[in-house]
Design a binder for this molecule. Structure first.
Ligand SMILES: [Zn+2]
Length: 228
Protein backbone atom coordinates (compact mmCIF):
# COMPACT_ATOMS: atom_id res chain seq x y z
CA UNK A 1 0.00 0.00 0.00
CA UNK A 2 1.33 3.44 -0.88
CA UNK A 3 1.74 5.74 2.08
CA UNK A 4 -0.39 8.88 1.95
CA UNK A 5 1.86 11.82 1.16
CA UNK A 6 0.67 14.41 3.64
CA UNK A 7 3.43 16.75 2.47
CA UNK A 8 1.40 17.62 -0.61
CA UNK A 9 -1.27 19.07 1.65
CA UNK A 10 1.08 21.14 3.77
CA UNK A 11 0.00 24.75 3.68
CA UNK A 12 -3.63 23.95 2.97
CA UNK A 13 -6.11 25.97 4.92
CA UNK A 14 -9.20 24.55 6.56
CA UNK A 15 -11.30 26.43 3.98
CA UNK A 16 -9.54 24.59 1.11
CA UNK A 17 -10.42 21.29 2.72
CA UNK A 18 -14.05 22.31 3.32
CA UNK A 19 -14.33 23.26 -0.34
CA UNK A 20 -13.45 19.69 -1.35
CA UNK A 21 -16.14 17.87 0.62
CA UNK A 22 -19.74 17.35 -0.38
CA UNK A 23 -22.39 20.00 0.26
CA UNK A 24 -22.16 23.34 2.02
CA UNK A 25 -19.60 23.03 4.78
CA UNK A 26 -18.31 25.40 7.45
CA UNK A 27 -16.54 25.42 10.79
CA UNK A 28 -17.40 27.49 13.86
CA UNK A 29 -15.42 28.03 17.05
CA UNK A 30 -16.77 27.42 20.57
CA UNK A 31 -18.59 30.76 20.44
CA UNK A 32 -20.24 29.70 17.15
CA UNK A 33 -18.27 32.26 15.11
CA UNK A 34 -17.50 31.21 11.54
CA UNK A 35 -13.80 30.42 11.25
CA UNK A 36 -13.80 28.80 7.80
CA UNK A 37 -16.20 27.98 4.98
CA UNK A 38 -16.06 25.91 1.83
CA UNK A 39 -16.23 29.21 0.01
CA UNK A 40 -17.17 28.05 -3.49
CA UNK A 41 -20.35 26.24 -2.43
CA UNK A 42 -21.10 28.74 0.34
CA UNK A 43 -21.04 31.60 -2.17
CA UNK A 44 -23.16 29.60 -4.65
CA UNK A 45 -25.70 28.86 -1.90
CA UNK A 46 -25.85 32.54 -0.85
CA UNK A 47 -26.36 33.62 -4.46
CA UNK A 48 -29.11 31.07 -5.14
CA UNK A 49 -30.93 32.22 -1.98
CA UNK A 50 -30.93 35.86 -3.03
CA UNK A 51 -28.24 36.87 -0.50
CA UNK A 52 -25.22 37.29 -2.74
CA UNK A 53 -23.76 39.91 -0.38
CA UNK A 54 -23.28 37.19 2.27
CA UNK A 55 -20.14 35.86 0.63
CA UNK A 56 -17.75 33.64 2.50
CA UNK A 57 -15.33 36.56 2.88
CA UNK A 58 -18.07 38.81 4.25
CA UNK A 59 -19.35 36.39 6.90
CA UNK A 60 -16.10 35.08 8.41
CA UNK A 61 -16.03 35.99 12.11
CA UNK A 62 -19.84 36.33 12.27
CA UNK A 63 -21.81 34.33 14.83
CA UNK A 64 -23.67 31.77 12.69
CA UNK A 65 -26.62 31.68 15.14
CA UNK A 66 -27.20 35.41 14.55
CA UNK A 67 -27.55 34.71 10.82
CA UNK A 68 -30.59 32.45 11.37
CA UNK A 69 -33.73 34.57 11.13
CA UNK A 70 -36.32 32.42 12.85
CA UNK A 71 -36.20 32.53 16.64
CA UNK A 72 -37.16 28.87 17.17
CA UNK A 73 -34.66 27.60 14.62
CA UNK A 74 -31.99 29.75 16.27
CA UNK A 75 -32.80 28.10 19.60
CA UNK A 76 -32.60 24.63 18.08
CA UNK A 77 -29.19 25.33 16.52
CA UNK A 78 -27.93 26.73 19.80
CA UNK A 79 -29.06 23.62 21.69
CA UNK A 80 -27.48 21.21 19.21
CA UNK A 81 -24.22 23.19 19.09
CA UNK A 82 -24.13 23.28 22.86
CA UNK A 83 -24.66 19.52 23.05
CA UNK A 84 -21.90 18.82 20.48
CA UNK A 85 -19.42 20.92 22.47
CA UNK A 86 -20.48 19.57 25.87
CA UNK A 87 -20.50 15.89 24.86
CA UNK A 88 -17.95 15.83 21.98
CA UNK A 89 -20.49 13.71 20.08
CA UNK A 90 -21.82 14.47 16.60
CA UNK A 91 -25.45 15.29 15.80
CA UNK A 92 -27.25 14.68 12.48
CA UNK A 93 -30.61 16.18 11.53
CA UNK A 94 -32.84 16.05 8.50
CA UNK A 95 -34.14 19.34 7.21
CA UNK A 96 -35.82 20.85 4.17
CA UNK A 97 -34.62 23.73 2.02
CA UNK A 98 -37.23 24.12 -0.72
CA UNK A 99 -37.24 26.69 -3.44
CA UNK A 100 -40.49 27.40 -5.35
CA UNK A 101 -39.80 24.82 -8.09
CA UNK A 102 -37.72 22.27 -6.15
CA UNK A 103 -38.52 20.16 -3.10
CA UNK A 104 -35.14 19.63 -1.41
CA UNK A 105 -34.25 17.40 1.55
CA UNK A 106 -31.03 18.03 3.44
CA UNK A 107 -28.94 16.11 5.92
CA UNK A 108 -27.33 18.47 8.36
CA UNK A 109 -24.46 17.13 10.45
CA UNK A 110 -22.59 18.83 13.30
CA UNK A 111 -19.28 17.18 14.16
CA UNK A 112 -17.05 18.15 17.10
CA UNK A 113 -13.57 19.35 16.14
CA UNK A 114 -11.63 17.96 19.06
CA UNK A 115 -8.08 17.22 20.05
CA UNK A 116 -7.51 14.92 23.02
CA UNK A 117 -11.15 15.25 24.07
CA UNK A 118 -11.16 19.06 24.06
CA UNK A 119 -13.67 20.47 21.59
CA UNK A 120 -12.35 23.57 19.81
CA UNK A 121 -15.25 24.02 17.44
CA UNK A 122 -17.86 22.35 15.24
CA UNK A 123 -17.81 21.26 11.64
CA UNK A 124 -21.22 21.76 10.02
CA UNK A 125 -22.09 20.08 6.75
CA UNK A 126 -25.37 20.36 4.81
CA UNK A 127 -25.72 17.76 2.08
CA UNK A 128 -28.68 17.57 -0.32
CA UNK A 129 -30.06 14.02 -0.17
CA UNK A 130 -32.95 14.45 -2.60
CA UNK A 131 -34.31 17.00 -5.03
CA UNK A 132 -37.70 16.77 -6.73
CA UNK A 133 -38.63 19.25 -9.44
CA UNK A 134 -42.28 20.35 -9.28
CA UNK A 135 -44.45 23.16 -10.67
CA UNK A 136 -43.37 26.32 -8.78
CA UNK A 137 -45.16 26.85 -5.46
CA UNK A 138 -45.88 30.50 -4.70
CA UNK A 139 -45.80 29.99 -0.93
CA UNK A 140 -42.06 29.42 -1.16
CA UNK A 141 -41.54 32.59 -3.20
CA UNK A 142 -41.58 35.33 -0.57
CA UNK A 143 -40.65 38.09 -3.05
CA UNK A 144 -43.47 37.17 -5.42
CA UNK A 145 -46.04 37.03 -2.61
CA UNK A 146 -44.89 40.36 -1.21
CA UNK A 147 -45.21 41.98 -4.66
CA UNK A 148 -48.62 40.41 -5.39
CA UNK A 149 -50.26 41.34 -2.12
CA UNK A 150 -48.34 44.39 -0.94
CA UNK A 151 -51.49 46.52 -0.81
CA UNK A 152 -53.55 44.00 1.14
CA UNK A 153 -53.76 45.14 4.74
CA UNK A 154 -55.54 42.09 6.13
CA UNK A 155 -54.55 38.61 5.00
CA UNK A 156 -55.14 35.28 6.72
CA UNK A 157 -51.99 33.99 8.38
CA UNK A 158 -50.63 30.52 7.72
CA UNK A 159 -47.64 29.04 9.54
CA UNK A 160 -44.71 27.43 7.74
CA UNK A 161 -42.55 25.07 9.80
CA UNK A 162 -38.98 26.30 9.48
CA UNK A 163 -37.57 22.77 9.60
CA UNK A 164 -39.89 20.49 7.61
CA UNK A 165 -41.59 23.27 5.59
CA UNK A 166 -45.05 21.86 6.17
CA UNK A 167 -47.94 24.30 6.48
CA UNK A 168 -50.66 24.87 9.04
CA UNK A 169 -53.59 26.91 7.84
CA UNK A 170 -55.53 29.07 10.26
CA UNK A 171 -58.22 27.08 12.15
CA UNK A 172 -56.77 23.76 11.04
CA UNK A 173 -55.18 21.29 13.38
CA UNK A 174 -52.94 19.38 10.98
CA UNK A 175 -49.69 20.31 9.27
CA UNK A 176 -49.67 19.62 5.53
CA UNK A 177 -47.18 19.49 2.70
CA UNK A 178 -47.63 22.56 0.48
CA UNK A 179 -49.06 20.37 -2.30
CA UNK A 180 -51.72 18.98 0.08
CA UNK A 181 -52.53 22.50 1.27
CA UNK A 182 -53.34 23.62 -2.29
CA UNK A 183 -55.24 20.40 -3.06
CA UNK A 184 -57.42 21.07 0.01
CA UNK A 185 -58.36 24.49 -1.39
CA UNK A 186 -55.58 26.60 0.19
CA UNK A 187 -54.55 29.76 -1.65
CA UNK A 188 -51.41 31.89 -1.94
CA UNK A 189 -53.27 34.99 -0.77
CA UNK A 190 -51.95 34.73 2.78
CA UNK A 191 -49.33 36.12 5.07
CA UNK A 192 -46.69 33.60 6.17
CA UNK A 193 -45.54 33.22 9.73
CA UNK A 194 -42.56 30.95 10.42
CA UNK A 195 -42.65 28.56 13.35
CA UNK A 196 -42.05 25.01 14.40
CA UNK A 197 -44.52 22.12 14.03
CA UNK A 198 -45.19 19.66 16.86
CA UNK A 199 -43.29 16.81 15.13
CA UNK A 200 -40.15 18.91 14.64
CA UNK A 201 -40.39 20.21 18.22
CA UNK A 202 -40.40 16.59 19.48
CA UNK A 203 -37.59 15.59 17.11
CA UNK A 204 -35.35 18.40 18.36
CA UNK A 205 -36.19 17.83 22.04
CA UNK A 206 -37.92 21.16 22.08
CA UNK A 207 -41.15 20.03 23.71
CA UNK A 208 -40.08 20.33 27.33
CA UNK A 209 -40.29 24.11 27.19
CA UNK A 210 -43.05 24.77 24.72
CA UNK A 211 -45.28 21.74 25.33
CA UNK A 212 -46.58 19.52 22.56
CA UNK A 213 -48.90 22.17 21.24
CA UNK A 214 -48.29 24.75 18.57
CA UNK A 215 -47.21 27.58 20.81
CA UNK A 216 -43.93 28.01 18.93
CA UNK A 217 -45.84 28.32 15.69
CA UNK A 218 -48.20 30.84 17.17
CA UNK A 219 -45.21 32.82 18.46
CA UNK A 220 -43.65 33.00 14.97
CA UNK A 221 -43.44 36.55 13.68
CA UNK A 222 -46.00 37.19 10.95
CA UNK A 223 -44.05 38.16 7.90
CA UNK A 224 -43.97 37.10 4.29
CA UNK A 225 -40.34 38.15 4.00
CA UNK A 226 -38.49 36.32 6.76
CA UNK A 227 -37.75 33.18 4.82
CA UNK A 228 -35.12 31.12 6.69
ZN1 LIG B 1 -41.82 20.63 11.05
Amino acid sequence: MTAFNAGLLTGWHLGDLLDCVEGVCYAVDRSYRLVATGSTRWDEFARSNGAKQLTSAAVLGTNIIDMVQDEDVRDIYRRHFHSVIATARPVALSSRCDSPGVKRELRLSMTPLHIAGLVYGILVQAVTVSETVRPPIDLFDAQKLAALFENESVLPIITLCSFCQRIKALHRAEWQEAEEYYRAGGTSKVRISHGLCGDCAVKHNYVDEIGQDDSAAIRGAASAGDNP
